[in-house]
Design a protein around this ligand. Structure first.
Ligand SMILES: Cc1cc2nc3c(=O)[nH]c(=O)nc-3n(C[C@H](O)[C@H](O)[C@H](O)COP(=O)(O)OP(=O)(O)OC[C@H]3O[C@@H](n4cnc5c(N)ncnc54)[C@H](O)[C@@H]3O)c2cc1C
Length: 436
């Protein structure tokens, strides 16, 4: 059987290697971006000169010499489901028995970025990084970033690393307070400002003003006109489903897949950022643009294709990020606001950028989420607590098992544990917060 995979990101690459281990299928991995799969999460470090491309390859180049996986560096321009073929831009048409679309995401373009303008860029692909390299050598003094997500903050760190004065425009009243509880959002907001980013909160772009096809100003809804010769647009990403929709495959936000990751066309599957689950799992979204989900989809589709697994079953939600030097880990669901069903125990030392939050169900007392800033948690322990739906009291009593702090560092976990045990003993059914 010939399995053709479009896209060699973490989803396509994980599928190819897991399938080669488990089967004798002939496998072809196609990508237009880079001939060797690389960690997209390291784009920032490439720009900052901390690593070279060879350091961020998912497997060393030699690995591919022994693998039974053909790699093609080209763009797929068309999928032909009726003849089970894909059309390549520079090479001959390729036939498949099974096709897997793993085309990832594309940069979201708000309505005001309708045309190509010099000085305006997103950050997702290697080509964006090349564009940013050119722009920052041309306009070295200042830059503006629209959008306050995880990619936006990485772009800010990249620009500041080259001494470029950076302004970020964020719609929310504190950085990411639509996803994180207000207390954590405030710690992150202050930390970002301390690192020299000029944050404009509660505002958004209304219009780009250009001259001779190059950006000159942006008009903000509240703050009015701002001079701007470089604009980074990080207002989110969207599943890249163009090839699939042009081939008549069902798409909504992403490429719609059933529990087996199969699209509306029986021999065609979709995985990673581009896929949209027909049925969202409890507490999860139908599309998830994160590394860990893309990797799991790739690994699990290999098992589905060799009939070692019936359906895609993601592990618990996990995400981690760094806001400059401030590290964040999230396990499971974290409710940003208050609710009768979900109780929060939250402990913070804002002066030291430390916080730990545990959320649990008010009636069953089962743990539903963990969020921490500036402290480190042991992945396997947290994952186990959440997947076992462990009662919060058991979690807190054994909290030190989750500590992953280097030896001799201050033990914030003990402080959190003392506070949380006190809360559970006296007022287990009301949200509690401790600021030290
Ligand atoms: C700057 C940045 C930082 C990030 N940091 C984090 C993080 O800290 N944690 C986290 O969980 N996630 C992070 N992400 C998101 C994460 O990188 C993605 O969720 C993940 O890489 C998606 O993997 P994928 O395999 O689905 O798609 P991709 O990595 O997008 O790979 C898809 C590949 O398919 C290729 N392709 C598309 N169309 C075609 C075609 N027609 N022909 C041939 N090839 C094609 C694309 O060029 C691309 O190489 C970050 C993303 C960015 C941009």
């Amino acid at each position: 059987m010939h399995v053709v995979i479009i896209g060699n990101g973490i989803a396509g690459c994980s599928l190819a290697t897991a399938l080669a281990e488990r089967s004798e299928h002939s496998i072809t991995l196609i990508s237009e971006e880079n001939p060797y799969p690389f960690a997209r999460t390291s784009l920032m470090y490439l720009y900052m000169g901390m690593v070279r491309m060879d350091d961020v390859l998912i497997h060393p180049k030699d690995f591919w010499k022994t693998e039974r996986i053909s790699r093609i560096h080209d763009r797929v321009t068309q999928i032909k489901p009726s003849t089970k073929a894909v059309v390549l831009q520079h090479q001959e048409m390729l036939h498949y028995d099974v096709l897997v679309i793993a085309t990832g995401s594309k940069v979201h373009r708000p309505f005001w970025w309708a045309e190509e303008l010099q000085g305006v860029t997103g950050l997702y692909h290697l080509r964006d990084l090349q564009k940013i390299e050119i722009l920052t050598s041309k306009y070295p003094q200042s830059a503006t970033i629209a959008g306050g997500g995880l990619i936006g903050i990485e772009l800010a760190e990249m620009l500041l690393s080259r001494g470029i004065s950076t302004t970020m425009i964020v719609r929310e009243s504190a950085y990411m307070n639509h996803l994180f509880p207000q207390e954590e959002a405030v710690i992150i907001t202050q930390h970002i400002r301390k690192h020299g980013v000029q944050l404009i909160l509660e505002d958004e772009i209304e219009e780009l003003i250009s001259q001779e096809n190059a950006i000159q100003y942006i008009r903000l809804k509240k703050h009015g006109l701002l001079p701007c010769t470089m604009l980074g647009v990080t207002t989110g990403v969207l599943p890249d489903h163009q090839l699939a929709s042009e081939a008549g495959i069902l798409t909504r936000r992403g490429i719609v897949v059933n529990d087996n990751l199969q699209t509306s066309s029986p021999s065609i599957y979709a995985i990673g950022d581009c896929a949209e689950l027909q049925h969202a799992l409890p507490g999860r979204k139908t599309t998830e643009a994160v590394w860990y989900s893309a990797r799991q989809m790739g690994e699990q589709l290999a098992e589905i294709l060799v009939q070692q697994r019936e359906s895609y079953q993601p592990r618990i939600w996990y995400n981690s990020a760094a806001f400059f030097s401030l590290h964040m880990q999230q396990y499971g669901d974290i409710l940003p606001g208050s609710s009768k069903e979900i109780i929060s125990i939250s402990w913070q030392q804002p002066q030291k950028n430390k916080s730990i939050r545990v959320q649990y169900h008010s009636e069953s007392k089962k743990i539903t989420g963990i969020l921490c800033l500036g402290v480190r948690l042991r992945h396997t322990v947290c994952e186990q607590w959440l997947s076992d739906q462990t009662p919060v009291e058991d979690v807190i009593r054994s909290w030190i098992r989750a500590s992953f702090e280097p030896e001799f560092s201050e033990n914030y976990h003990q402080l959190f544990q003392q506070f949380a045990l006190h809360v559970l003993e006296h007022r287990p059914s009301t949200p509690q917060q401790c600021i030290q």
